[in-house]
Design a protein around this ligand. Structure first.
Ligand code: C2O
Ligand code: CU
Ligand code: CU
Length: 480
């Protein structure tokens, strides 16, 4: 991708946040008429990405084979969209694994350029993290080892080639990775066809169906079409019962969602990035920033047969109708919602011997995104946490009111707990295990984490991928 495009992607958030909501909404309304092909709401059935089968299993390890390649997919009805996909599909196949059962994924790169695969939220050896320097050249392959030494949760894998992350993931290189475990099994949560992943992404299209990168200069700050599991504004027939939805905001741009149900009713959050919460948390509104996951339970037994319930979002005040649930009669008994889920061991500030400060901002003079004044350099080590150490990090979004850009801070390898936001403890729905956290302009978010199990190089960065591309990324060397 050209340097100009990199910057264009990087500046999307800034531009979006700087525009009053009414104007933003107006711009979208106009654009929907002026540009891309018309998209019918709730016309396409939701599909669930296929679950990948291991090629073989030896000595308790499953071996998978994936090919990263260009393909053509029907996303908008009747149009053909060239994509890049894991196994040629967008989103890629779901990998389903079990806690403590290692797997090896062989990734073959059949793209015209380099690729690097990162398993987001995973506790993995550095050599399998998809780091700069470990890219897969076109025509080559690489074996990624995932030990799965972590509790049940919803992870995702995506491309991580520096300067190309936003573009490569926008082309389609994203997929889900689920870990299950006995603690989760015991809960009796909705399962099978009542456990549905929803990978929410935004896209913009040209009239011929090809993907188009939004142009902030023309008042476009993210794609105006919501695709869920690769389908535009789909519908899903649901029974009058509880469903578990695994929500992933897999957006490549700066699409900070705030989700609500069109009925105005509440639902329960049962899990966050790193696993299940101690107990379900009732909410009516759920912010979901790019790369964040939230597992929710929605009870459709309260709606009459034939009801339509829309999943809405608001992005910087601009409304988006993401998908629709169409309620039908239940075919069996309802799952109950347990009152307790999985206990969380709270990390205590008193255990932290190391404190670090990170300041995130756009360096306007250089046109680069920086952490503590520095743009990403793969040859520089920025910090050296010790294996086993507990640390408290303060993330400060230093953007100013003239260009109020949000950031989404993400750590590789370690998950964390949020201590506070501007001194205020986090809302219950985000008090579980996290690996990404939104930090709004002027905000200070303090997080606490403990390093383990793997030493070596890992990254931390803003997960508005245009910002990471534009330099808002750094390297930690975890030392024994
Ligand atoms: Cu989704 Cu470097 O991360
Ligand atoms: Cu990651
Ligand atoms: Cu950012």
């Amino acid at each position: 991708m050209k340097r100009r495009d990199v910057l264009k992607l990087g500046l999307l958030a800034g531009a979006a946040a700087a525009v009053p909501a009414e104007r933003l909404t107006g711009a979208f309304a106009q654009r929907a008429v002026a540009a891309g092909p018309p998209v019918q709401l709730f016309d396409t059935p939701l599909v669930v990405p296929p679950v990948l089968k291991p090629k073989y299993s030896i000595a308790g390890t499953d071996y998978y084979d994936v090919t990263i390649k260009p393909a053509v997919q029907e996303i908008l009805p009747g149009l053909r969209t060239p994509i890049w996909g894991y196994d040629g599909i967008f989103p890629g196949p779901t990998i389903k694994t079990r806690r403590n059962r290692p797997i090896v994924v062989r990734q073959r790169n059949k793209l015209p350029g380099e690729s690097a695969v990162h398993l987001h939220g995973a506790n993995v050896p550095s050599s399998s993290d998809g780091l700069p320097g470990d890219e897969i050249a076109p025509g080559k392959d690489r074996f990624y080892l995932y030990p799965n030494r972590q509790q049940a949760t919803t992870l995702w894998y995506h491309d991580h080639v520096h300067h190309h992350e936003a573009f490569n993931t926008y082309q389609g290189l994203t997929g889900l990775y689920l870990i299950t475990d006995p603690a989760e099994d015991k809960l009796g949560l909705p399962s099978g066809k009542y456990d549905v992943p929803l990978v929410i992404q935004d896209r913009s299209f040209n009239a011929d169906g090809t993907f188009r990168i939004p142009d902030p200069g023309a008042g476009e700050f993210f794609g105006e079409v919501a695709v869920v599991n690769g389908k535009p504004h789909p519908f899903l027939q649901v029974e009058q019962r509880r469903y578990r939805f695994r929500l992933l905001n897999g957006s490549s741009l700066d699409t900070l969602h705030e989700l609500t149900l069109g009925s105005g009713d509440g639902f329960h959050v049962i899990g966050t990035d790193g696993g299940l919460l101690p107990a379900p948390v009732p909410v009516t509104k759920l912010p979901l920033a790019p790369s964040e996951r939230a597992e929710v339970v929605i009870d459709f037994s309260r709606y009459p047969v034939g009801s339509h319930v829309v999943l809405n979002s608001s992005i910087f005040g601009a409304p988006m109708q993401i998908m629709r649930f169409d309620v039908r009669k239940a075919t069996g008994p309802n799952h109950r919602l347990p009152s307790k889920l999985v206990p969380i061991q709270r990390l205590k500030e008193s255990q932290a011997k190391v404190r670090r400060d990170f300041q995130l901002n756009l360096d306007k003079a250089r046109g680069e995104m920086v952490i503590n004044g520095k743009t990403f350099d793969p040859d520089r080590i920025d910090i050296k946490p010790k294996l086993g150490a507990t640390e408290v990090w303060t993330i400060f979004n230093a953007e100013t009111p003239d260009l109020p850009i949000p950031h989404v801070f993400h750590t590789h390898l370690v998950r964390f707990q949020i201590l506070d936001r501007n001194g205020v403890p986090p809302a219950p729905f985000e008090s579980g295990w996290k690996d990404s956290v939104t930090v709004m302009p002027g905000e200070k978010v303090r997080i606490i984490m403990r390093f383990g199990d793997f030493p070596g190089r890992f990254l931390y960065h803003c997960h508005l991928l245009g910002h990471a591309d534009a330099g808002m990324m750094a390297t930690m060397l975890v030392t024994p």
